[in-house]
Design a protein around this ligand. Structure first.
Ligand code: SF4
Length: 430
């Protein structure tokens, strides 16, 4: 089919993780600068889908989604799903009006889309900026891609390829640019963020330097997920410093399981004591820091007592939030052929039990902030003199203020009333 049309309306749909979300923001930004309109699905002439293949469910969701799309629209399937080499996805690619763009080509996705739709070559020598907005106040910066850990349940490290890291100077420049564009928070992101390493710059020294740059430009720095194996003393110290106003006092550390037997089967390369020590060392100087996590239930061979170990580690870790997943078999991974797969009923029971724990831990954490000062970035106005935002600790905060607040400002407030997941707060009068 010939798309030599003036196709300039495109819809971008994103499946999967935060990194995909970031990459879609970047794609949108680049397509806009090439003259495209980013529209709703109905108004679009073409569709770009950033795919995910982390679970079997993700594949099913994608297939169902594709079935609903108009058959004569060009569809660009980008990323993890089309980077797998199985016949199933090849059939899908053949049977639809689809242009696959694999992870290796992802950096050039906007160029490939443009050239396919407009049928004109473009010069891509000028690289785009590194930062891309998540919302009006917050921008992402991707500093790393790829993963060489190969957890036994994970297909992502197979489809994303080896580690790629940006030059630290690019990050410092991007922080400066983001601040000039009025962003008040930078979220550093990557597929396996903590594995960052560029020449002699380790992850913790990069963060230390990035904090200096952020302080200079008045931006808050937030780190997305960091695997336990990448915590060194230096990184823990950066979180320990109570006077630091730059690094958000929030860290996401995926636990996955609290059972040493299961962690070994998962090839996670740490045990529950190692995880517990990181958590306690982070809380040691600052109990107000928030820790969030990912937990997987029903991994092959997970007995009731293994699950109880997980439950206990979660309870002891006093998480603000747990993302709870039920294990699902993924072809191409080591865990796929493991014996003793766990039935769906057992998995669901365990997930429900952790969800209940999650709600009570969340409530305890939120209530612990009553009467304390919080630094909040305002994200939206939701009524007269009522604003919503996120604190450095990652609490969702509703703020009552008689003053007209600049939507993007960092504001210091005192938390005053707990209401479900929202801490109501009032602004401190100086
Ligand atoms: S650390 Fe493990 S779960 Fe995370 S991307 Fe790498 S292999 Fe997958």
């Amino acid at each position: 089919m010939d798309f030599k049309l003036k196709i300039m309306n495109i819809y971008i749909h994103t499946f999967g993780c935060k990194l995909n979300k970031y990459e879609s923001e970047r794609l949108s930004h680049e397509l806009k600068s090439l003259g495209f309109n980013i529209t709703t699905l109905n108004e679009s002439d073409a569709v770009a889908i950033n795919t995910c293949t982390v679970t079997k469910d993700s594949d099913t969701k994608l297939k169902l989604y594709l079935e609903k799309l108009e058959k004569d629209k060009p569809i660009f399937l980008i990323g993890c799903y089309v980077s797998k080499k199985d016949s199933e996805n090849n059939d899908l690619i053949k049977s639809k009006n689809i242009f696959p763009i694999t992870n290796d080509e992802k950096e050039n996705a906007s160029k490939i889309i443009y050239e396919n739709l407009i049928k004109t070559k473009i010069d891509n020598t000028k690289k785009s900026n590194l930062f891309f907005p998540q919302d009006q106040s917050r921008a992402f910066i991707k500093i790393q891609d790829g993963c060489s850990v190969f957890c036994s349940y994970c297909i992502v490290s197979h489809v994303r390829g080896k580690n790629k890291n940006i030059n630290p100077n690019e990050l410092y420049k991007a922080i400066e640019d983001a601040s000039k564009n009025n962003y008040k928070e930078i979220v550093l992101t990557g597929l396996n963020l903590g594995s960052y390493n560029f020449e002699s710059t380790t992850f913790s020294s990069l963060i230390e330097n990035a904090m200096e740059t952020s302080a200079k430009f008045g931006v808050r720095l937030r780190l997305s997920s960091i695997e336990p194996i990448y915590f060194d003393e230096k990184l823990i110290k950066l979180f320990n410093n109570k006077n630091n106003k730059v690094l958000a006092p929030h860290v996401h550390i995926p636990l996955q399981s609290g059972s040493d037997k299961i962690l070994k089967l998962m090839n996670r390369r740490y045990d529950s004591t190692f995880f517990h020590n990181i958590v306690e060392n982070i809380y040691k100087e600052n109990e107000d820091i928030s820790i969030t996590t990912d937990v997987m239930v029903g991994f092959p061979n997970e007995s009731e007592s293994d699950f109880l170990d997980t439950y206990n580690v979660c309870e002891k870790s006093r998480f603000l939030k747990m993302h709870i997943f039920k294990y699902s078999k993924r072809e191409g991974t080591k865990a796929y052929s493991m014996d003793n797969q766990i039935g769906i009923r057992q998995k669901t029971k365990r997930a429900i039990s952790l969800n209940t724990l999650n709600s009570s831990l969340e409530e305890i954490k939120y209530k612990s902030f009553l009467g304390k000062n919080l630094d909040i970035i305002i994200e939206s106005v939701c009524g007269e003199n009522i604003y919503e935002g996120t604190s450095g600790e990652y609490l969702k905060v509703r703020l009552h203020s008689e003053e007209q607040l600049n939507k993007k400002m960092l504001t210091e407030v005192v938390a005053e009333k707990y209401d479900k997941r929202i801490i109501l707060a009032k602004q401190i009068k100086k």
